[in-house]
Design a protein around this ligand. Structure first.
Ligand SMILES: Cc1cc2nc3c(=O)[nH]c(=O)nc-3n(C[C@H](O)[C@H](O)[C@H](O)COP(=O)(O)OP(=O)(O)OC[C@H]3O[C@@H](n4cnc5c(N)ncnc54)[C@H](O)[C@@H]3O)c2cc1C
Length: 436
């Protein structure tokens, strides 16, 4: 097996996971990250069974379970409390669950794993990559660190630098567009008035949506369980949200008209937070590429397929990309011939492309039913979801979709195939058969 020199750009979810998985195969990894320290800011997120299968494959699931909160499903209430969405992972498979996790915890778990590979991962913090230059025999990264420019040559580059990546080969970009709606979010002590093992969403028409998500704990305060609150808004209203006590009173009044119990909890909670600073903004974009890799360059995570977080798949897809790249590299580098890049991307596309296309399509189809000002989208959603949730087939398909395992309208990945640890060179079997 040939050991490769692989550069990964971005130490986020995809980059950290891929670094560990490729280092475990003996490849030499150069991890380039523009910030000096990993201090991820961001709301909690929900890891779906697909992402947890990658965690199991990486050997970090137990660590994540000590800090995250197990989630059994998603419940979406209409004004007045009627359940429109009642989707539980057990409808897909009785062993499935999700994990509500703080972004700092997700980063901590993945970084701790990567730090174990001291001989195989070189960390280049505070190194920002500006450009790539590809030749027949190598690819060069050109960037800056602390005001100095540098160039680094390697066999393969994986771009994992997030939704706003400027490094994507421009001829691959089919769509790269900001989404017109975003969200305000805040992290608070765990919500006591709602079931802490459910992701709760609240909808009124398609222009009001709120979420309360179990978020687990951060590593330095493992006893303090947390929740994330999301409030959806058009992007041009994000900056003016809750700027004055009067606006806050009006907002609480609006929430109490639809969900009085939650408004009461918020009323007690929000005055204790420095709300001017604590509510942060999230903007989304849609990115669609014609391919995920060619030559000596591949893409992973949001850089490859950013989307609105309506289906809660971004981090899961980033983890699945890292898993798929590592599987493809392992299979191709085990052959005795020269490393075949064409075969590498063919395998990566086989493992990822249909699933990526499915979630991109579904996310762009569904999001306007939750975040838009159209008069017809809310009532149509309420009518059709109510009818469809009567059908066991639809309930199961929705649960599989949310689990992140879909590869198309009728296909799905198998949790055990992803979770299974690879057998690298030796015959030592590292398989955890929990899900077999
Ligand atoms: C409000 C909100 C809620 C979400 N909820 C969920 C959810 O419930 N479930 C879910 O699965 N996903 C969710 N997501 C999506 C998820 O957070 C992202 O899809 C995921 O974190 C993407 O990971 P990534 O590794 O691709 O990119 P990132 O985590 O963004 O990492 C990119 C890294 O690259 C670095 N970088 C950037 N440019 C350069 C450069 N030029 N050189 C070097 N380094 C660079 C950055 O500093 C960063 O560290 C949510 C997103 C938002 C905004």
């Amino acid at each position: 097996m040939k050991n490769l020199n692989i550069a990964i750009i971005g130490a986020g979810t995809a980059g950290l996971a891929a670094a560990s998985l490729l280092a475990a195969q003996g490849h030499h990894i150069h991890l380039y990250e523009k910030v000096s320290e990993l201090e991820p800011v961001g709301a909690g997120l929900l890891l779906q069974p697909a992402g947890l299968a990658v965690f199991e494959h990486l050997g970090v699931l137990e660590h994540a379970l000590t800090l995250g909160t197990m989630v059994s499903g998603l419940e979406g209430q209409l004004s007045g409390g009627d359940l429109l969405i009642n989707s539980h992972y057990k409808q897909a498979d009785p062993r499935f669950y999700g994990l509500g996790i703080h972004r700092a915890t997700l980063c901590h778990v993945l970084e701790s794993k990567a730090r174990e590979y001291t001989n195989h991962i070189e960390w280049h913090m505070q190194h920002e990559i500006a450009e790539l230059e590809q030749r027949d025999d190598s690819v060069s990264l050109i960037g800056t660190t602390q005001g100095y420019s540098f160039t680094h040559r390697c066999d393969l580059v994986l771009i994992a630098n997030g939704a706003r990546s400027q490094l994507r080969p421009q001829t691959w970009v089919k769509l790269n567009k900001p989404y017109p709606w975003g969200a305000k979010w805040i992290i608070v002590p765990e919500c006591e008035v709602l079931n802490p093992q459910i992701l709760h969403q609240f909808y009124h028409r398609s222009n009001i949506m709120m979420g309360v998500m179990p978020t687990g704990a951060v590593p330095n305060q493992p006893e303090q369980r947390l929740s994330s609150i999301f409030w959806s808004l058009p992007s041009n209203q994000l900056e003016s949200f809750l700027q004055t006590p009067k606006q806050q009173q009006q907002w609480l009044h609006d929430v109490s008209k639809h969900w009085p119990k939650v408004a009461e909890w918020l009323e007690h909670l929000i005055p204790h937070a420095d709300h001017q600073q604590a509510w942060l903004s999230a903007n989304y974009r849609d990115v669609v590429l014609s391919k995920l890799g060619e030559g000596r360059i591949g893409l992973m995570g949001d850089a490859a397929h950013a989307m609105s977080p309506q289906l809660g798949q971004g981090a899961n897809m980033a983890l699945l990309d890292a898993w798929a790249i590592s599987q493809a590299v392992m299979q191709i580098s085990q052959s005795n011939q020269e490393f075949n890049h064409e075969a590498l991307w063919q395998r990566y596309h086989e493992l990822r492309l249909s699933s990526v296309r499915f979630y991109q399509f579904f996310s762009r189809l569904l999001t306007p039913f939750y975040q838009s000002n159209h008069a017809w989208t809310g009532p149509l959603r309420d009518l059709s979801f109510r009818a469809m949730y009567q059908l066991p087939f639809f309930r199961k398909e929705m649960a599989i979709t949310i689990s992140g395992l879909k590869t198309g309208a009728f296909g799905q990945m198998n949790y055990a195939d992803i979770a299974r640890r690879p057998i690298i060179q030796t015959n030592e079997l590292l398989v955890d058969l929990k899900f077999d």
